[in-house]
Design a protein around this ligand. Structure first.
Ligand SMILES: CC(C)(COP(=O)(O)OP(=O)(O)OC[C@H]1O[C@@H](n2cnc3c(N)ncnc32)[C@H](O)[C@@H]1OP(=O)(O)O)[C@@H](O)C(=O)NCCC(=O)NCCS
Length: 211
C-alpha cells in the first residue's frame, strides 16, 4: 500500500494505490457501465442492503455520482473541530470507486451517522463477482480504515454490519482490525430469508492520531 498526498486529491488522483493496477479513487461518470454491470450481479447483491435498486440502472448511478459529488455530503478532514464555523473547511468524499487499471471493479465508503452518533462512520464495500477471492478487499479495506482515521479527525469509530453467512466479509473486517461486537438475531429479511445481523467495530487509537 502506498498512501497518496491528500492535498493533491482530485477527481482523478487515487487516495490509495496497490499492486496490480488496483487503486481507490473518486467515482467518474465513465464508471457508469462497469458499475451497472457489477451491481446487477445477483451474488454481489446477496449481501448488500436493498436500498441499492434492482435492477440497477444508469440513472441510479447518475443519482449516486451526484450524491457523491455533493460537497455537503463530504467529511471534514484534519483534527476534530466540535463546532466548525468555517464553511471553507477542507472536506473529502465519503465514498470511492475501487479500480483496476482505472476500470471500476468495486466500491468502498463510509456513511457518517448523525445526532449523538456523528463521530461514527458505517463502512460498506463490494467487489465485482469475477474479482472475488483475489485478495483485493483484504488489502483495500484495512488500508481504507487506516486512511480514514488518519484523514478524518471527526471519525472516532468505524462500524459495519454483515449478514450472517458472509464469511468473506467477516474475514475482511477482521483483517481491518475490527472486532465482533454482537449479533442482532433475525433482524434481516433478505431474498425471502431471515438472517442475523453481525455488528463489528473499531475505535480510534493514539496511533491513528499520530499519522
Ligand atoms: C466481501 C467481499 C468484498 C470480499 O472481497 P474479496 O476481494 O473477494 O476478498 P479477498 O479475496 O480479499 O478475501 C478476503 C478474506 O476473505 C477470505 N474469504 C474469501 N472468500 C471466502 C469465503 N467464501 N469464505 C470464507 N472466507 C473467504 C479470504 O481467504 C481472505 O482472508 P485471508 O486473507 O485471511 O485469507 C466480496 O466477496 C463481495 O463483494 N461480496 C458481496 C458484497 C458484500 O458482501 N459486501 C460487504 C457487505 S458489509
Amino acid at each position: 500500500m502506498f498512501p497518496m498526498d491528500q492535498s493533491k486529491s482530485t477527481t482523478s488522483t487515487p487516495i490509495l494505490k496497490f499492486r496490480d493496477g488496483i487503486a481507490v479513487r473518486e467515482f467518474h461518470e465513465d464508471d457508469v457501465s462497469d458499475s451497472v454491470q457489477c451491481l446487477n450481479e445477483p451474488e454481489v447483491r446477496t449481501f448488500l442492503r436493498n436500498r441499492i435498486p434492482s435492477p440497477y440502472t444508469e440513472s441510479d448511478f447518475k443519482w449516486w455520482i451526484d450524491r457523491c459529488a455533493d460537497q455537503t455530503n463530504w467529511i471534514p478532514t484534519g483534527p476534530f473541530e466540535p463546532d466548525p464555523q468555517d464553511s471553507t473547511i477542507h472536506r473529502l468524499p465519503s465514498h470511492y470507486a475501487i479500480v483496476k487499471d482505472d476500470r471500476l471493479i468495486g466500491a468502498i465508503g463510509l456513511e457518517m451517522k448523525s445526532d449523538v452518533y456523528c463521530r461514527t462512520g458505517e463502512l460498506g464495500y463490494w467487489i465485482a463477482r469475477p474479482q472475488w477471492g483475489k485478495g483485493i478487499m483484504g488489502s483495500v479495506a484495512p488500508a481504507f480504515v487506516k486512511w480514514a482515521f488518519a484523514t478524518f479527525g471527526i471519525l472516532y469509530r468505524i462500524e459495519a454490519e454483515i449478514f450472517s453467512g458472509n464469511d468473506a466479509s467477516r474475514a475482511v473486517l477482521k483483517k481491518s482490525g475490527m472486532k465482533f461486537e454482537g449479533r442482532h438475531e433475525g433482524s434481516i429479511w433478505k431474498n425471502g430469508q431471515i438472517l442475523d445481523g453481525d455488528f463489528w467495530g473499531i475505535v480510534r487509537t493514539e496511533k491513528d492520531d499520530a499519522q
